[in-house]
Write a protein that binds this ligand. Structure first.
Ligand SMILES: [Mg+2]
Length: 224
C-alpha cells in the first residue's frame, strides 16, 4: 500500500469520540504488545495441524500445513485469523508488566490503544478483557496500516507522541505519516523479536515493559 495512507472513515469516527487534549500521547498497539498473540496463535495452529514456517513477521505465506509445508492461501489465513480471535480474544494473556507500566505512564501521558482486530465484532470482548486487567484506556479498532490514524490522533497536540507496535508495516506507515513520532517496536515473543532487523526509524526494539516505560519517561524529562 502506498504511504502515507489516509485514516479510514470508521477510525476517524472513533477518534472524534475522544475528549480534546493537549497532553503528550502514547498510541499503543494491543496484540503482541499488551496481550500475547504469537503464543496463542501457535497453539491454535498446532491444534489444526498448521504451523509457522519461519519466525518471521508476516502471516500470509508463513502459515502452512504441518505435513507438507505448503503455505495457506491469503483468504484461508484471513479466515483462520477471524476464527482465532473469535476463540481467544476474551482470554488472551497479558504481557507481563503492561498494566503497571501503562498506569505509571498515564500520570503524564494520554494513552490510546490502536488495534487491528480482524472481526471488529470482538471489540467489546477485548475492551472487557483489558479493563479487567486494569487497562481502562480507549480502544480504537483500525484495519491496515496505522499511519493515517496516528497522524490524526497527534494533530493539535504540542507534546511528544509515542507509537508502540510490533508490526514493521505499521512502523513504516507511521514513519511516513508522522516522522516526529518516537517509535518503539515492541515484540513480546523473543524468537520473533530476534528475527527482526530494526529499521532506521525505530527508536527502541524491545519486549520489556519496564524498559519501555523508562524510555518513554525519559522523552518527557529530556524536554523539561
Ligand atoms: Mg500487534
Amino acid at each position: 500500500m502506498p504511504e502515507p495512507t489516509p485514516v479510514l472513515p470508521e477510525v476517524l469516527a472513533q477518534i472524534r469520540t475522544l475528549p480534546p487534549s493537549d497532553r503528550p500521547l502514547v498510541i499503543c498497539d494491543v496484540d503482541e504488545v499488551i496481550l500475547h498473540l504469537i503464543a496463542h496463535l501457535e497453539d491454535y495452529l498446532h491444534q489444526r495441524d498448521l504451523k509457522f514456517l519461519k519466525h518471521e513477521y508476516r502471516f500470509t505465506g508463513n502459515i502452512a500445513r504441518r505435513e507438507d509445508d505448503v503455505p495457506l492461501q491469503a483468504d484461508e489465513v484471513r479466515q483462520h485469523l477471524i476464527w482465532f480471535f473469535d476463540e481467544v480474544s476474551h482470554e488472551q494473556d497479558m504481557v507481563p508488566g503492561a498494566s503497571a507500566a501503562l498506569n505509571d505512564l498515564a500520570q503524564g501521558w494520554d494513552i490510546v490503544l490502536l488495534t487491528n482486530l480482524p472481526g471488529g465484532h470482538n471489540k467489546p470482548r477485548r475492551e472487557r478483557l483489558l479493563a479487567g486487567m486494569g487497562i481502562p484506556y480507549p480502544v480504537l479498532t483500525n484495519s491496515g496500516p496505522k499511519g493515517g490514524a496516528v497522524a490524526v490522533l497527534a494533530a493539535n497536540r504540542p507534546g511528544p507522541v509515542v507509537f508502540i507496535d510490533d508490526s514493521p508495516t505499521n512502523h513504516k506507515s507511521v514513519n511516513a505519516s508522522l516522522p516526529s513520532a518516537a517509535q518503539i517496536q515492541f515484540i513480546a515473543d523473543p524468537r520473533f523479536r530476534a528475527a527482526v532487523e530494526p529499521e532506521a526509524h525505530i527508536d527502541l526494539l524491545t519486549g520489556d515493559w519496564q524498559e519501555t516505560a523508562v524510555f518513554i519517561d525519559n522523552l518527557l524529562r529530556s524536554r523539561a
